[in-house]
Structure formats: C-alpha cells, structure tokens
Design a protein. Structure first.
Length: 255
C-alpha cells in the first residue's frame, strides 16, 4: 500500500493530538473529581461544626440551669435560654445537611432525643427551684438523672462525629487519589508527547529530510554540469521515492 509523505506527517500529528486529547480528558475528569471531593469535604466540615454548636448549646443549657439552681437569680438563666434557642436552630439545619445519609439521620434522631431529655431535666430543676426553693432542686440533682441524660447525649453525638470523621478521611483519600492521577496523567502525557515529537523528528529527518537533501545536492551538481554522481535507486513508493527515481532517470538520460 502506498503511504504518502503527507499521510506519514499527518499520522504523527494525529498520534500527538490523541495524546494531548487524552491528557486533556483525564485532566478534566480529575478536576471534576477534585471539585466534587472538595465540595463533600466542605460539607463534612459543616456537619462537624453544626454538631459542635449543638454540643455547645446543650452545655450552655446545663451550665445555665446549674447557675440558676445555685443562686436563684434570673440573669443566670441567660446561658440556658441561649442554649435552648441555639439547639432549636441547629437541629433542623443538621437534618437538612445530612438528608442524603439515612444512617446519620437515624443517629440525629437519637441525638435530638437525648438533647431534649437533657433540656427537660434542666427545665424540671429550674421549675423546682422557682417553686420550691434550693433544697427541692438539689434533690433532683442528686437523683443523677440529669447526668445520665448528658452522658447519653454525649455518646450519641460522638457516634455522629466519628462517622463524619470517617467520611472526611474517605473524601480526602479520594481527593489525594485524584491529585495523584492528575500528576501521573500530566507527567506521563508530557513525556509521551515528548517521545512522539522526538521520534517524529527523527523519522522526518531520516526518511524525508535526508533523502531530499541528497536529491537537492545532486540537482545542484547537475546544474553545474557534473553528471558523474549517481543517485541510489530506492523502492520507496511515496513522493520522495518518486522524486529520487525521477532524478536518477534524468541523470542517466543527460549522460
């Protein structure tokens, strides 16, 4: 089959183009993966922050209740009120954030129940302090139900935090894998493209430029009247081979 010089050149260019397109596709795919992994990492951090806010809110409820029981003064209830308000705002936000994760939604149900149990215990002691005085509230504290409610809340929220930490590790690992793939693709693609360019240059130099240089030199000698040098015959079927054999026949004809 006759393969022309143009086809050889275009073959090298197409091969180089395929490498560039391959690297570009891998880069785009990797960028998309990195963007998605980064988005989920931000999402996980947001969930962790909200869980931290919920924990802080329940702690404020506990400290505000304790301060009021000890002093009986209403200003000491400010942390309790702030914590209750923060709790009511944070739980719905958390539920929306983890709406794609059924396991975490079930865990949030347990966290919410434990938080509301602690809130109920605190409110009961506050009411007892207001109604019956310090000794009545103290008896409720000694019953240890409030501490148990807080322990249950902390255990439930720890489960959610542990799961989010695991998800963050997985998403960071995915992000790291995507970065490694991008580095390999870009580096490998650059090396492969360099090899193709070098091999193409070597091919063009030996198969096109060198024969044309020899034919040009012979033509210059013929132009000066020197017909003593022969051009070697070639079995190439492309344009360079045709040109070579034509000059060979012309040289013989001029003799």
């Amino acid at each position: 089959m006759k393969i022309t010089v143009g086809k050889k050149i275009w073959g090298c260019l197409w091969l180089l183009l395929l490498v560039v397109l391959g690297v570009g596709w891998v880069s785009l795919d990797t960028t998309a993966r990195l963007t998605e992994a980064a988005r989920w990492s931000v999402h996980t951090h947001d969930v962790q922050n909200r869980l931290g806010e919920l924990l802080s809110a329940v702690q404020d409820i506990e400290s505000g209740q304790r301060g009021f029981v000890i002093t009986g003064q209403e200003p000491f209830l400010q942390p309790f009120e702030n914590g209750r308000r923060q709790m009511e705002e944070t739980i719905p936000l958390l539920r929306r954030l983890i709406s794609d994760n059924p396991e975490q939604l079930r865990n949030l149900d347990r966290v919410e129940q434990a938080a509301r149990n602690r809130l109920t215990e605190a409110q009961t002691r506050i009411d007892a302090r207001r109604r019956d005085g310090f000794e009545a509230a103290q008896k409720l504290i000694v019953s240890d139900t409030g501490r148990q409610a807080m322990l249950e809340f902390r255990a439930a929220i720890k489960v959610m935090l542990d799961i989010e930490s695991q998800l963050l590790e997985q998403r960071n690992a995915t992000k790291d894998d995507s970065i490694r793939l991008a580095n390999v693709a870009v580096t490998g693609g650059a090396l492969l493209a360099s090899v193709i360019v070098l091999l193409s240059g070597l091919f063009w130099s030996t198969n096109i430029v060198a024969p044309l240089r020899e034919i040009t030199a012979t033509a210059e000698r013929i132009g000066k009247g020197d017909l003593t040098n022969d051009i070697a015959a070639t079995d190439r079927s492309d344009e360079v081979g045709s040109l070579n054999n034509t000059f060979r026949a012309m040289t013989k004809g001029l003799r």
